[in-house]
Write a protein that binds this ligand. Structure first.
Ligand SMILES: Cc1cc2nc3c(=O)[nH]c(=O)nc-3n(C[C@H](O)[C@H](O)[C@H](O)COP(=O)(O)OP(=O)(O)OC[C@H]3O[C@@H](n4cnc5c(N)ncnc54)[C@H](O)[C@@H]3O)c2cc1C
Length: 470
């Protein structure tokens, strides 16, 4: 260890931008064994592991880095999977620059952080390749049933632990595929869909029962679930798209980001393209509005669909973008143009088809409630031609009580109100986790919530058994 003095930080090979924009394959390769040893041995094993503190899962990173450096990958996997249900997913999609790697002591000392995410992916891929990841078997049969609504990372992580505790677990998913935003939101070039399918297959083999194409509140009532199951977990995510205040609903080629990404992911998975030609960027001048990770996924998808031009419009400057800096760099390398400090003001349209977008040029003013400097109008207006406008402005929760005919306590934002130590709702039998309690967040937080809620559900069901017996 402590090799950071001698060995330089080096990520795994990244496919050249000219090559990678020709397909939707992941852009980062895996490390070789020697590379993984070299990179993990740079860790200083510092006394206070800031990487671990800043990981939502509190992953024991220094310990598994030491095991990699000693070429003891099976033990490294054991440690890494002890706190994280899906380390291969986090290794790929976590914004490490804002979490573990951004807080690495070596990074702070100017040597470049340990490449924690790539090493986490390396450990887990090695574990899969060597057959170390076996279906879960539980020696207990609790004879109690848990229903999980939604198969995103929160629902799947909870299912992983609950099946291990010996409960019968059934997952209800409105889509035709399992995985939530890991399958239909995040593009394949960041997270290969086979990685998600491999995990859902593993959960099926472990005994989790999945009901796809089953929307609770439509195909099945929440009340029915309450009757049949001992506990219910709501992990339905947030899907109501925030839109521009520019009457875009009357414009057919101005579309919400997720609609665009779902179509692209479905086509990538082998489905037929839909009849809506506005869902493809091919040969079009595309404008994506927004500065978060969803916006970066849209611009990079549009490039791969052979758009003639892709411009990202964001109302603040580059330094104040909410998304991962790594993804902005990737987008820039792939030919995306950015217009910072640009606030959309009008869509020019004929018969419901937009031909251009007018925007106001802004400058940075005072710091607002988000802690970032807010855009202030300079009075200058510019126009950009566009055949396709994609709105990536964030997500809000749908009205869950209306959907489920329930009376759960909600927060002012419309998310489900829970005690964050327990993830229990105002109905003691009902639990909630992931984006539906946090608002749009991260995969790693959803996995965290799934892990923690499984513990509370276990406690709740054990108490229920004791009460019944007494
Ligand atoms: C485009 C995009 C890119 C992203 N990229 C990243 C990234 O790179 N890194 C990162 O960490 N995070 C990223 N995120 C955020 C991350 O995907 C989410 O925070 C995470 O998926 C939330 O997990 P979840 O389980 O709470 O919800 P979801 O993943 O949204 O899953 C919820 C599931 O519930 C299902 N469902 C909803 N209602 C019902 C119902 N009534 N009945 C049955 N099923 C229902 C949905 O179909 C869905 O499958 C991204 C998000 C988006 C939109």
């Amino acid at each position: 260890m402590l090799e950071f003095f001698k060995k330089k930080q080096s990520g795994p090979i990244k496919t050249e931008s000219e090559k990678r924009i020709k397909d939707f394959q992941e852009i980062y390769n895996d490390y070789t064994t020697q590379e993984s040893i070299d990179q993990s041995s740079r860790c200083s094993q510092c006394g206070i592991p800031y990487c671990q503190i800043h990981c939502p899962l509190n992953n024991n990173i220094p310990d598994w880095l030491k095991y990699i450096a000693e070429d003891r990958l099976e033990e490294a996997y054991e440690i890494s999977s002890a706190t994280n249900a899906f380390p291969e997913v986090c290794g790929r999609v976590c914004p490490q620059d804002r979490l573990c790697e951004g807080n690495c002591v070596i990074e702070k000392a100017g040597f470049g952080s340990i490449t924690i995410g790539s090493l986490e992916k390396h450990i887990t891929e090695t574990a899969w390749n060597n057959g170390w990841i076996k279906p879960i078997t539980s020696d207990k049969n609790q004879n109690q049933k848990v229903a999980i609504i939604g198969s995103g990372p929160a629902g799947l992580a909870a299912a992983t632990y609950l099946i291990e505790y010996g409960y019968e677990v059934e997952v209800f998913e409105k889509n035709d595929r399992i995985g939530g935003l890991m399958i239909y939101g995040i593009p394949n070039f960041k997270l290969d869909k086979l990685v998600v399918i491999r995990r859902s297959d593993w959960l099926k083999e472990s005994g989790v029962i999945f009901h796809t194409n089953c929307e609770v509140g439509k195909d099945l009532s929440f009340e029915d679930l309450e009757k049949k199951f001992d506990a219910i977990l709501i992990s339905t995510g947030v899907y109501k798209a925030r839109s521009l205040n520019l009457n875009t609903e009357t414009v057919s080629n101005s579309i919400p980001a997720l609609e665009y990404l779902i179509e692209s992911n479905k086509v990538g998975l082998g489905d037929k393209p839909s009849r809506n030609s506005h869902l493809s960027a091919k040969n079009k001048k595309v404008i994506v509005i927004g500065g978060g990770d969803t916006a970066m996924d849209c611009v990079r998808t549009a490039v791969r669909q052979e758009a003639s031009e892709v411009i990202c419009l964001y109302r603040r400057n580059k330094e104040n973008m909410p998304g991962s800096a790594r993804e902005v760099t990737n987008a820039e390398q792939e030919g995306v143009k950015f217009k910072w400090l640009s606030v959309p003001s009008k869509i020019v349209q004929q018969k419901g088809i937009a031909s251009s977008l007018v925007y106001k040029v802004a400058e940075l003013g005072e710091v607002d409630e988000s802690g970032r400097r807010s855009p202030v109008d300079t009075g200058i207006e510019e126009t950009l031609k566009s055949d396709l406008i994609i709105e990536a402005l964030g997500f809000q929760p749908e009205n869950i009580n209306e959907k489920f005919n329930t009376n759960l306590n909600l927060t002012g934002w419309g998310t489900i109100k829970v005690d964050f130590n327990k993830f229990q709702t105002s109905n003691p039998k009902v639990f909630a986790a992931g984006d539906i309690v946090r608002g749009a967040s991260l995969v790693v937080w959803a996995i965290h919530d799934g892990r923690e809620v499984a513990k509370t559900i276990k406690q709740f069901l054990e108490n229920k058994k004791v009460k019944k017996a007494s």
